[in-house]
Design a protein around this ligand. Sequence first.
Ligand code: SAM
Length: 248
Amino acid sequence: MPPERPGERPGERRNAARTSVVWDALRPTLDGAALDVLDIGGGTGGFAVRVAELGHRVTVVDPSPDALASLDRRAREAGVAVAGQQGELSTLLDVTGPASADVVLCHGVLEVVEDPGAALATLREVLRPGGTLSLLVGQRHAAVVARAMAGHFAQALSMLDQAPGGPTRDQGGRSGRRFTEDEVAALLAGAGFEVAAVHGIRVFADLVPGSLLDLEPGATGALVDLERAVSGRPEFRPLATQLHLLAR
Ligand SMILES: C[S@@+](CC[C@H](N)C(=O)[O-])C[C@H]1O[C@@H](n2cnc3c(N)ncnc32)[C@H](O)[C@@H]1O
């Protein structure tokens, strides 16, 4: 888990509880010599800046100028350099060129691109041989349960068999396609990747009232321990809000 920082606000603590398992899975890849790391759709740099703090050369490519401005501020405050470039997945090779990254982070982006299979094929080309893809995607089973528990039964029903190449908006107008583990694995295999690890992310974190984490001493740490313990258990994976896959 990223270290807790002095003055960290409750929202940031909750965020740490949500990202700790992804961070744990990535650390062995990032511990060692400086690497070229590309964060596609890296947004405001929550991950990118922490990766740069480990000494890696990090580039964020994102279509949003506002996100890139926030990334710039975040990097300056942390005292690290992160290159921000405006761009998007479908034209990524024009920006980075082929075989330019040792590690590609693609977190929360496959949900919104037009063609997830083509996007993964592009990422395969951007990676150097032997490089690692860190892929984080929203999972459909958990989204169906969340819609049903909120009383949105028709939306839950419409999500049940949503195709991975389907629309990026659901019936309720929410942005973001969701995937099952089998669908992501098939998309990765189709793009020439081999899956090295799969973890369930946010099995409980989104179900816990925020006030509990803010008020109960030690609750965040205990939740992180629990998330770590269940993240690798296949029986809990369908409940996870997101799936994290490492692929080579
Ligand atoms: C849910 S946010 C995820 C941000 C960050 N990766 C994270 O995990 O916190 C999705 C990001 O993808 C970017 N995005 C949207 N469409 C994209 C595209 N076609 N190619 C690349 N990035 C895109 C958005 O601007 C946004 O920053």
